[in-house]
Write a protein that binds this ligand. Structure first.
Ligand code: PMP
Length: 391
């Protein structure tokens, strides 16, 4: 049987990591991998998380099963950060998932089970979105999120898509720090989206994987809250893997807003059943560590300061790139206006290959760059390379 399986293409980013590791040039720059890095190139464990882990080690007296919903203390501790002053009035609850990926997977499963047939999504997007939707049998329809050449959000394309969508279709929205473009909606655009989604009775799935990494929790939650305020039902896929630096621990949650609190038990029982069929229950350690941080004022302060410094560093890099305005086809001024870990540069395959071969600059084939791969020291080298390949 197994001989029928065809080899799948290798993950391009993983291949890039190997090439980067083998490159012996001291000036090489890694803009590929999608994790935060300090100016020294490290992805350290947050101090607040280290302290929480130490506490967990001391106090945890059992590794017995928790259940398909995971650590509900964790799930509920995230809610005030996510919702801000939005009052869910008993209409929102959730469960823990293995990362934001697990949350998106469970969201797709739940939508399908609720009778949703298709989901609208902007492109480019996180590549796993379409793979997950298609894996569970949801048809995906696309619109253009951003015109990479001009670096402008294509709001017209979004509006046309929402106009074409049928009542009961789902729509995927990145809550903040869009992956891969970094281009987020303005407050006014979010209000417009919320109104259209509500008027057309579409089902919003909001993916919030970088909460706090754009302009802070309040601003980064604006779009989510604008939509929640207008619609009867919504799904929120939340990840703590970036804003707590927990990547490999796989920390996330899926939240569901129902039309009334009375619908929550039925929805929760469906989520639990779907979770059991997927992974039975989520891993505990990372979520328990987040809960310990959020339950402790001192640790929360330390965590927020760490997050602040990450955000400031990324803003600093974006400002430094934007100071170069534009180089050849590449609009760097726009990068300064964008948010989060990523932006996409208007470069063709030859230019991306030349940057790698001649300058040791490693980026995804799509032109996506990880802002945290830059430092004050390596930006001049990058700019020099960019000038050369776009000349
Ligand atoms: N959604 C988006 C938009 C992402 O970029 C990512 C991860 N890069 C995820 C979800 C999944 O996050 P996690 O690592 O927590 O599974």
């Amino acid at each position: 049987m197994l001989e029928l399986l065809k080899a799948q293409p290798a993950d391009a980013l993983l291949a890039l990591i190997k090439l980067y590791a083998a490159d012996e040039r001291s000036t090489k720059i890694d803009l590929g991998v999608g994790v935060y890095r300090t100016a020294d190139g490290a992805t350290p464990v947050f101090k607040a998380i280290k302290a929480a882990e130490a506490r967990l080690l001391d106090t945890q007296d059992s590794k017995s099963y928790l259940g398909p919903e995971g650590d509900m203390g964790f799930v509920r501790a995230i809610m005030p950060w996510m919702l801000g002053d939005f009052d869910p009035a008993g209409r929102i609850d959730g469960l823990q998932t293995p990362g934001g990926t697990g949350a998106v997977r469970l969201a797709a499963d739940l939508l399908l089970k609720a009778g949703v047939k298709r989901i609208w999504m902007g492109t480019p997007s996180w590549p796993n979105h379409v793979q997950i939707f298609n894996a569970v049998g949801l048809a995906s329809e696309t619109f253009r999120h951003m015109d990479v050449a001009t670096q402008r959000l294509d709001f017209t394309s979004l509006e046309a898509a929402l106009d074409k969508a049928d009542a009961g279709d789902a729509v995927l929205l990145h809550g903040c720090c869009h992956n891969p473009t970094g281009a987020d909606y303005s407050e006014q655009q979010w209000q417009q989206i919320a109104e259209t989604v509500a008027a057309k009775r579409l089902f919003p799935l909001i993916d919030l994987a970088y909460h706090g990494l754009g302009h802070g929790f309040e601003a980064d939650g604006y779009g989510l809250r604008a939509v929640l305020a207008k619609v009867p039902e919504a799904l929120i896929a939340y990840s703590c893997d970036k804003n707590f630096g927990l990547y490999r621990e796989r920390v996330g949650a899926l939240y569901v807003m129902t039309e009334s609190p009375a619908q929550q038990p039925a929805v929760q029982s469906n989520l639990a059943a779907l979770a059991r069929a997927n992974w039975s229950m989520p891993p505990d350690h990372g979520a328990a560590s987040v809960r310990i941080v959020l339950e402790d004022e001192g640790l929360t302060k330390i965590w927020l300061a760490e997050l602040d410094s990450m955000r400031q560093r990324m803003r600093g890099v974006r400002d430094a790139l934007a100071a170069h305005q534009s180089i050849g086809s590449v609009n760097l001024a726009a990068v300064g206006q964008q948010n989060g870990l990523f932006s996409v540069l208007q470069l063709n395959a030859d230019q991306i290959a030349a940057l790698r071969a001649d300058w040791g600059v490693y980026m995804a084939g799509s032109g996506r760059i990880n802002i945290a791969g830059f430092t004050d020291a390596n930006i001049p080298h990058f700019i020099e390379g960019l000038r050369a390949v776009t000349a």
